[in-house]
Design a protein around this ligand. Structure first.
Ligand code: 13P
Ligand code: SF4
Length: 335
């Protein structure tokens, strides 16, 4: 099936450094289905994954949905088609399961913007504050947090905290200032950003609006405030997808990573979705971390059960507490 793999090449693949040659006649979709059954494995995919990966996934969702699935699955292996912090969250919630990430280098600029040792010092400056952290952060940051949130439950989570309790919000300053406005809470913000969502050009979106006057602008709250100000709807990836299904416009300018367009087009074949342009000529509205995963790497990681996410038990337990708190609050609100 796979052309002869030397041990050195296997090691490279395990570390996510290389696409190993795979027989081009192999039906990867059928092979992945076979491996799922043989190994009792589930494939969880984020909306920013390439369409082929979304099509082979058992569950596609936003960060909240994915962590809820990871917590409740009875599969023996969770194959996480997403980025490192997402697979890490799955391992924190389901330690007895093997959690695989097709490419171990699939990181996140936002998570990287908050190194735990610096954040620990920052937190010490505000001893009376509690820490609410966006799930896009490392296990080290989660362990220093009181509650985790995602873009779909952040408002409810902040509102569940007593009004006189001061809050630090980390690591996304754009999401943090959007939530501060929405909730009226004066939060201390960590200065992190997502490299994909900060690159959208207000000028180019405005020009697109002139050419498509009936198109609605829908945006993810990780975008900068100036972009959010012109949006007709703001929400998590699942929130944006659901909005396109209930709303009656025919055209949308989508201000988030382009992967979401696949599900929007599938759910609304009669509508047009225009990806919002970045402020230069690159394909920067594709997340370079998310897009490191490919169907080939997904297949190889299931075949070899590598690369695997592992974690110290002490760190896992400390990081689990604020995630459990998030899942409890979300359940209370039926999210
Ligand atoms: P959600 O899918 O939770 O909206 O998060 C978007 C994102 O940037 C994930 O990396
Ligand atoms: Fe991180 Fe942004 Fe990529 Fe999401 S889109 S994984 S927040 S860099």
């Amino acid at each position: 099936m796979i052309r002869e793999l030397g041990e050195a090449k296997k090691n490279l693949q395990r570390n996510g450094f290389l696409d190993v040659d795979i027989d081009v006649n192999l039906d990867l979709f059928a092979e992945i289905e076979r491996l799922k059954k043989e190994k009792n494995a589930i494939v969880l995919a984020h909306y920013y994954q390439e369409p082929d990966i979304q099509d082979v996934a058992d569950y596609i969702g936003d960060s909240l949905g994915l962590s809820q699935q990871a917590a409740k699955t009875d599969a023996d292996i969770i194959v996480f088609a997403g980025v490192h912090f997402m697979a890490e969250t799955a391992k924190i919630l389901s330690p007895q399961k093997k959690v695989l990430l097709p490419d171990l280098k699939a990181g996140c600029s936002l998570a990287d913007s908050a190194p735990p040792e610096l954040f620990k010092k920052f937190r010490e400056k505000y001893p009376d504050h509690i820490v609410i952290s966006y799930i896009n952060c490392s296990a080290g940051i989660k362990a220093l947090s009181d509650i985790i949130c995602t873009s779909s439950n952040a408002q409810k989570i902040i509102e569940s905290v007593p009004a006189d309790q001061p809050i630090i919000f980390a690591p996304d300053r754009n999401l943090g200032s959007y939530l501060a406005k929405k909730t009226g809470r004066d939060m201390v913000l960590w200065n992190g950003v997502c490299m994909v969502h900060e690159i959208f050009s207000l000028e180019k979106i405005t020009r697109l609006k002139v050419r498509h006057p009936k198109a609605k602008v829908i945006a993810h709250p990780e975008c900068e405030a100036a972009v959010l100000e012109i949006a007709d709807f703001i929400g998590s990836t699942t929130g944006l997808l659901k909005f396109t299904q209930r709303d009656d416009a025919r055209e949308y300018i989508v201000v988030t990573e382009t992967g979401i367009l696949h599900q929007m087009e599938k759910a609304n074949p009669q509508k047009t979705f225009i990806p919002a342009p970045p402020n230069n000529a690159c394909a920067c509205n594709d997340c370079p971390h998310m897009k490191l995963n490919t169907l080939e790497k997904l297949y190889l990681c299931m075949e070899y059960e590598e690369p695997e996410i592992t974690m110290e038990e002490e760190l896992r337990l400390a990081a689990k507490k604020p995630i459990d708190r998030m899942l409890e609050i979300s359940a209370q609100y039926g999210l």
